[in-house]
Structure formats: C-alpha cells, structure tokens
Design a protein around this ligand. Sequence first.
Ligand code: CMP
Length: 140
Amino acid sequence: MAIERTLAMIKPDCVKKGVIGETLRVAEEAGLTPIAIKRTRFSRQQAEGFYAVHRERPFFGDLTAFMSEGPVVLIVFEGEDAIATWRRLLGATNPIEADEGTLRKRFGTNIERNGFHGSDAPETAAFEISYLFAGLEVHP
Ligand code: CMP
C-alpha cells in the first residue's frame, strides 16, 4: 500500500445531475482526501489535449465534443492506493457493466457519457494532474 494521488473528474452529464456533493461524500468515506478541487469548462482543444492518448480511437470526436459541452469538476484525491480505490468506486467504464452501488452504475448514462473519469496508472495521474492544476492549487 502506498499513498498516491489520482485525478478524478465529474463529467458534464453528472455535473448537470447535481451529484458533486454525493461524489465527494462517497470518496471521503472510502478514505480519499480531496487536496484540490476546481470547477471549469474545457474548450474542445483542451479536451483533445486531456484525451490525447485516445486520438486515434473512433469515438475521439464524440468524446471531446461531450467533454466540452458543459462544466466539469476536477478533483485531486490523495490516499492509500488512491488510483485503484477511486476506480473501484467508479465501477466499469460502461455503466451497464458496472457493479451495483458504483458511481457509474448509479449516475452514468452510457459508455461515452459515463459520468466520471479516474486516472488508470501513476504516470497518467501525474500527467493529468499537471495538465489541469498549477502547483499552488494543490494542498495536501
Ligand atoms: P474515461 O475513463 O474518461 O476514459 C476515456 C473515455 O472514453 C471513457 O471514460 C469513456 O467516456 C470513453 N469511451 C471509452 N470507450 C468508449 C467507446 N467504446 N465508445 C465511446 N466512448 C468510449
């Protein structure tokens, strides 16, 4: 077990649904500490930069259009095994396949509009946090 940081995002569909408070409650209850929180809205170009690893995927255009259609909430969580812990709380990428009680099962719509994002490895967490937050915005 190691203390890690992960980048969590509440996507435009779930910001619209009003589940910011519930998301933070579930995460804090699981031992994750939000050490930076920000509400913002991506331009199309910023969404493309965030999802650059998916540039060649057929869903890239739709995904970046969705991600820039309305505000998102960005959170850096810190805690033991934060990356795996947050992904466990989210459930599978496709809400239909996600376990009962997970955030994507409860609030996601479909595989693209799946409500939430979580970093998948320490390297991607480091990239995503540095892409979205300035050093002075993160307070452990
Ligand atoms: P996320 O965890 O943010 O990482 C990449 C995103 O691409 C994913 O959540 C989904 O929103 C989206 N995605 C992944 N696979 C597909 C797919 N097959 N079709 C459409 N969107 C997808």
